[in-house]
Design a protein around this ligand. Structure first.
Ligand SMILES: Nc1ncnc2c1ncn2[C@@H]1O[C@H](COP(=O)(O)OP(=O)(O)O)[C@@H](O)[C@H]1O
Ligand SMILES: [Mg+2]
Length: 323
């Protein structure tokens, strides 16, 4: 059984222009112990997806349908108490800006022991565990630095502290929302190596959200490609990078000549505009930017299975394969 099983998830927000359909019919699962990458341009719904999983959707959400099963519970419709039990303990998060997760007026030691409040252990044991996790993220002189404050660390070190904090409770699922976007390339490589190593030790699943193709190829086993609120393709890293079947995925890779080897900061630019999510056009969502458009694209394609676990929402998914 998958650890997380998202089925037909749709989320809409109330806006002054009308209802904005941020996610439409998203189905995606995360197996125990796997690292899955979520790729998509800004505004494609990555954060809305994450916020749905951790039960922290903004106040103007107007409709949520579908289900998000975490083991045998449905997160959609769960009580706040239920969500709090999962969040920060079984499902933890790291974000682009480490300062959003760290309290500037408390030492990191205080913060790292406070998040262990559910464990019936002495403060000394909790401090020792905090030091152990700081050492695991390669913090030099961890025991001494435990009593320092967030501003006394560099950006890269702060992100390592966040990783240590997110893994300290040994979660089942770590969600990382663009955790390396603010770091330079060398630091990014280091953070990705650390994530992989710690994930192996702890055995948790990781959902790694990024617009950095190289980083995703390097870290993940499986990938989901999102476009304008939909998952348009999903499969193994090999499926996605070697045999992409959705024209959007193909475009992303075409614009990225380095493919798996070169590290690239942002997604390539594809001509045309993302559709207005308040007025969703009929038919395929990628139609207006698609080089392969044909008559049938006026009908909305449903995800076609083109191989084991490899699905693409395109009428041409089968023909577009590499011969
Ligand atoms: N609270 C909100 N109210 C209205 N629209 C929102 C809200 N949050 C996100 N959106 C819209 O939903 C879409 C998806 O946003 P988001 O999930 O933040 O994308 P991403 O994280 O991929 O950049 C975008 O069109 C964004 O403008
Ligand atoms: Mg986002």
């Amino acid at each position: 059984m998958a650890l997380l099983d998202i089925d037909g998830l749709s989320v809409a927000f109330r806006t002054r222009r009308g209802e904005l359909q941020a996610l439409r019919n998203v189905s995606l699962s995360v197996e125990k112990g796997e690292i899955i990458g979520i790729i998509g341009e800004s505004g494609c719904g990555k954060s809305t997806l994450i916020n749905s999983i951790i039960g922290l959707l903004p106040a103007n959400v107007s409709a949520v349908s579908g289900s998000i099963r975490f083991e045998d519970e449905n997160i959609v419709g769960m009580t706040e108490a239920g969500l709090r039990r999962l969040r920060g303990e079984r499902i933890t998060t790291i974000f682009q800006d480490p300062m959003t997760a760290l309290n500037p007026v408390l030492s990191i030691g205080t913060q790292m022991t406070a998040i262990q409040y559910r464990r019936p252990e002495s403060l000394a044991v909790k401090r020792r565990r905090a030091i152990d996790f700081l050492e695991r993220v390669r913090m030099p002189d961890a025991a001494r630095r435990l009593d320092q404050y967030p501003h006394q660390f560099s950006g890269g070190m702060r992100q390592r502290i966040c990783i240590a904090m997110a893994l300290l409770t040994e979660p089942d699922l770590l969600i990382a929302d663009e955790p390396t976007t603010a770091l330079d390339a060398t630091l990014e490589v280091q953070v990705i190596r650390l994530l992989r190593e710690l994930q192996r030790d702890i055995g948790c699943s990781v959902m790694f959200v990024s617009h950095h193709l190289g980083a995703v190829a390097d870290l993940c086993e499986r990938v989901a490609i999102m476009y304008a609120g939909e998952v348009v393709e999903q499969g193994t890293v090999r499926d996605i990078f070697r045999d992409p079947r959705h024209p959007y995925t193909r475009k992303l890779l075409e614009c990225d000549p380095g493919r798996l080897t070169e590290m690239q900061d942002t997604l390539p630019t594809i001509p045309g505009e993302v559709p207005d999510l308040v007025h969703i056009p009929e038919g395929c969502i990628f139609r207006s930017r698609c080089p392969d458009e044909f008559a049938r694209c006026g009908e909305r394609p449903s995800p076609e299975t083109v191989g084991p676990g490899h699905r693409a929402a395109c009428h041409k998914a089968r023909e577009l394969g590499t011969p």
